[in-house]
Design a protein around this ligand. Structure first.
Ligand code: B3K
Ligand code: ZN
Length: 899
């Protein structure tokens, strides 16, 4: 039944420090799947900096209360309620012992203590610890933890928790125990335990100071052959953090554990990272190049949290970007260094391009909808809803801007000062900014606005060339991101705007601003835009140049400049900034595709500007560019991104336009695609290097274009051969996708039997590899519709496949999310069938796992921007969900969408 109340909203401005502190925590677990007993002994005292409170409020959820003791004696001034305990009659310093039960086997939320494949796991961030025992479950309460685990030895031979192992041994009745101590103070969200039948790949390494460290990657026994890459990634991450930031691993051992039921990617619990199997397990047969790269990035990310997040943590959850934005920035730099090293700008650029593509497609969209919020949000109903693209990805861009302004050395000085000041503390985004400011002797007051203003700022650029004076002026005018939300309140930001000027031969011009004695050595200049509008005048410009704007995407803004198609083609061919070469191609493609989509929307005939095809051909044939770069440059903007750029989003029209261009390019470049395919084969043993991965990506892009030809016989032959001969998942999955696509586009059933034979083979081959079966579901959910058979029908059939399981988030994402969020043309069917399906699934997931349900709920949030028919259908579905869900998580999302 519907609950009528809206969730309570928490405001950043209401922060108050805790009235009590917890110095030490001793946890004692008797693990049993149905009912686990947890005894928690807390050494507590009143916070001397806060006025004394009459009562102590401890958070607790879904717990069964057994007893409370104060200094060893039963305590009766305790009220047990739905959200925890209220305790009275407390002295200044005391020991509180609380005993209770939780129910791991029934826990489908995957928050707190739960069971997956018969093993125990925990997930505490953000507020899962209160589902294990009663606590001051907030990040500014930091304590030393000692944990004793007891369990049946046969069922749970491995018992792990944070920190160092103190002792372990046998107990009567076939049970055993292990006792762990974490020597570092930490907030409750970083607590973890794991128990079960697991095995580990182990390595011993020496850290910089010479100390020996034990590294372990724990998995289920049949997955041990898929742990090498995660271990290598961990070793690289440890070395990288020492070299780049002077940060050393501070524990004797560091463990990663893989679990197949997990709400997100991974979790940085101190010394005991728990990972979704998707970000640990890989070998060439089961994992794609993208999987390999993602594993390296996520292993790095969680490891880097050991300093940025764990040693220095967040004062409250509004400061989440303090650790997330910073740690994403660190993992992005780590991946760029791994891909190309410090001195390979082209290889670094491919990583930058991939990150910016995600930012633009996902974070810009978030900023344009009802969930828009600043990097440091002002309020929330459910904190789990704020692990967002804005907090993570825009947060990382904000951190990157410090480095753009101060250089690597200046950024490092700021980091050093930050740790010097705040190691062991729970702090705020302001503290980080202050450390950057002080270390670089800069006033960063204005920079604070990046943390408090939501929306994507726009920078309008206009240029003027004065031939007589040989002067070129560039005027930058910034506009706040959300014109409807009190534009007057938005004050100008400090925007680092990197720019270059290019001459008619494609060479960078020396840059000298008015008033400067000579040109700077660097031909890229970081202009600091601090006013609403500023003009920068460059002297000694002897002929009209072309501007290369916002090089390397130096700030998370939208740049509006009236480039001609010729300018863009020129920049695509010549810009020395590899990011902006890609950017020029994207602008060109976006412009062409949007024109076509608007035409398709009103049924007008479609024509493609030949200059586009010519520019595209030049990139494809330019073998001086790396295959990885060419693949990125030749990939058309996604349908989702394009639909968002339309006056009224029309996914069907976008699909039609994009397919028109793909078919056109397939035909026009038929010969080149064939040659590209052959030239980029990677014979010999599989290697996951960026170069080899780039070749496979370009080859498979070529294959996908060949499949768009009117006669796809050659593509069919190549795809079948590639599928059969593949020694790696990248090539096998790409071949399968191509076979599915050929079958979908044929009007006479051509390729149908080949596609279904390959799908069957794929399933049989990988039946026992859940992560590969996820790919099998996802490939089918994201396929193009066939005449007379909408993809939704296929998805509904797959929902009753024996391998489908709504309770497993990876599986739910592979089928349901793939369809609702990654197949726009099919999902947004005019009859509203996609929306009805979405509503059913959000409601079903809401009862099992609110965090996963809330993520799915977000796929309709931009509903107001669509064409009227679609808008009405989406609103109806949202209203239906709003009346039927119970969780705070989903309610917050749908209420914001409808308000
Ligand atoms: N800190 C975790 C995310 C926790 C999400 C809680 N809903 C993983 C990460 O960002 O590294
Ligand atoms: Zn993180």
């Amino acid at each position: 039944m519907a609950e009528s109340t809206s969730p309570t909203v928490i405001h950043r401005a209401d922060y108050t420090p805790p009235a009590f502190l917890i110095d030490t925590v001793a946890l004692d677990f008797d693990l049993a799947a149905e009912r686990t007993t947890v005894k928690s002994t807390l050494r507590m005292r009143r916070n001397p900096e806060v006025a004394p409170a009459a009562q102590l409020e401890l958070a607790g959820e879904q717990l069964e209360f057994v007893s409370a003791a104060l200094n060893g004696k039963p305590h009766h001034a305790v009220q047990v309620h739905e959200h925890g305990l209220t305790l009275g009659e407390l002295p200044g310093t005391f020991e509180l012992t609380l005993t209770g039960h939780c129910h791991p086997a029934q826990n489908t939320t995957l928050s707190g203590l739960y069971v997956s494949s018969g093993n125990f796991f925990t997930q505490c961030e953000a507020e899962g610890f209160r589902r294990i025992t009663w606590f001051l479950d907030r990040p500014d309460v930091m304590s030393i933890y000692t944990v004793t685990l007891r369990a049946d030895k046969t069922a749970y031979p491995v018992l792990l928790s944070n920190g160092n192992l103190l002792e372990a041994g046998d107990l009567p009745d076939g049970r055993h125990f292990a006792r762990w101590e974490d020597p570092f103070r930490k907030p409750s969200y970083l607590f973890a335990l794991v128990a079960g039948k697991l095995v580990a790949l182990e390595e011993r390494v020496r850290s910089r100071s010479g100390a020996e460290k034990l590294l372990q990657v724990w998995v289920e026994p049949h997955d041990l052959d898929k742990t090498r890459h995660a271990m290598d990634s961990l070793i690289h991450a440890i070395q990288w953090d020492e070299t780049r930031y002077g940060l050393e691993l501070d524990l004797e051992r560091f463990m990663i554990v893989a679990v197949s039921d997990f709400n997100m990617g991974a979790m940085e619990n101190k010394g005991l990272n728990i990972f979704n199997t998707k970000y640990v397990l890989a070998n060439p047969e089961t994992a794609t190049d993208t999987d390999f790269a993602n594993i390296e990035a996520v292993v790095g990310h969680e490891y880097f949290h050991n300093w940025t997040g764990n040693r220095v943590t967040c004062r409250d959850w509004f400061q989440l970007s303090l650790k997330e934005g910073l740690t994403v920035f660190r993992d992005q730099e780590f991946s760029a260094d791994m891909a190309g090293g410090e001195h390979n700008p082209a290889a670094r650029a491919t990583k930058r391009i991939e990150d910016v593509r995600v930012l633009r497609q996902m974070q810009f969209a978030e900023d344009a909808g009802p969930m828009a919020h600043p990097v440091r949000p002002e309020s929330y109903a459910e904190i789990n809803n704020f692990y967002t693209m804005t907090v993570y990805e825009k947060g990382a861009e904000v951190v990157r801007m410090y480095q753009t302004l101060f250089g690597r050395a200046g950024f490092r000085r700021g980091m050093d000062l930050y740790f010097q000041r705040h190691d062991g503390q729970a702090v705020s985004c302001d503290d980080f900014r202050q450390a950057m400011a002080d270390a670089n002797q800069r006033d960063l007051t204005q920079f604070e606005r990046w943390y408090s203003q939501s929306g994507t700022p726009r920078v309008n650029v206009s240029t003027h060339y004065d031939a007589a004076q040989q002067r070129y002026s560039v005027t930058l005018a910034q506009r706040p991101g959300r014109p409807l939300a009190a534009p007057a309140a938005a004050e100008p930001l400090l925007i680092p705007f990197a720019l270059g000027l290019i001459d008619a031969n494609g060479a960078d011009l020396p840059l000298r601003l008015s008033g400067e004695p000579h040109a700077a050595a660097d031909t890229t200049r970081v202009l600091e835009l601090t006013e609403t509008e500023q003009t920068f005048v460059f002297e000694g410009i002897t002929a009209l140049p072309r501007p290369s704007l916002l090089r390397n995407f130096s700030a998370p803004v939208i740049v509006a400049y009236d480039y001609s198609a010729d300018d863009l083609a020129f920049l695509l061919a010549h810009d020395s900034d590899p990011f902006n070469r890609w950017e020029a191609g994207q602008r060109l493609a976006t412009r062409a595709l949007l024109t076509l989509a608007e035409a398709a929307a009103c049924g007008a005939p479609l024509h493609l500007d030949e200059r586009f095809t010519a520019a595209f051909t030049q990139v494809l044939n330019d073998t001086s560019l790396s295959p990885a770069f060419r693949e990125l440059a030749l990939m058309l903007p996604s349908e989702t991104y394009l639909a968002e750029q339309m006056t009224e989003s029309n996914p069907a029209a976008v699909h039609q336009a994009r397919q028109f261009v793909r078919r056109h390019l397939a035909q026009a470049l038929q010969h080149e695609w064939g040659a590209t395919y052959e030239l980029n084969r990677t014979p010999g043993a599989y290697r996951a290097t960026p170069e080899a991965a780039g070749q496979r990506a370009l080859k498979n892009l070529a294959l996908s274009y060949l499949a768009e030809l009117d006669d796809p016989a050659e593509a069919l032959r190549l795809a079948q051969a590639q599928y059969a001969a593949a020694d790696n998942m990248t090539d096998r999955a790409a071949a399968l996708a191509t076979l599915i696509s050929i079958a979908a586009s044929s009007s006479n059933g051509n390729g149908n039997s080949e596609a279904s034979a390959a799908l069957d083979d794929f399933y049989r081959r990988f039946e026992n590899e859940p992560l590969v079966i996820d790919k099998w579901f996802a490939l089918q959910a994201t396929q193009r519709g066939r005449a007379g058979r909408p993809v939704l029908e296929i998805v509904r059939t797959l929902m009753s496949h024996p391998a489908f399981n709504l309770k497993n988030p990876n599986r739910a994402r592979s089928l349901i999310f793939s369809f609702c969020a990654a197949n726009p043309a099919q999902f947004h069917a005019e009859d509203g069938s996609g929306y009805a399906f979405w509503a059913e699934q959000v409601i079903a997931l809401d009862a099992l796992n609110p965090q996963v349900a809330a993520r799915l709920a977000r796929s309709l949030e931009l509903w107001r921007r669509f064409t009227p028919v679609l808008r009405d259908g989406m609103r109806a579905a949202l209203e239906q969900v709003a009346t039927q869900v119970r969780s705070r998580d989903v309610k917050e999302i749908v209420e914001k969408a409808l308000s």
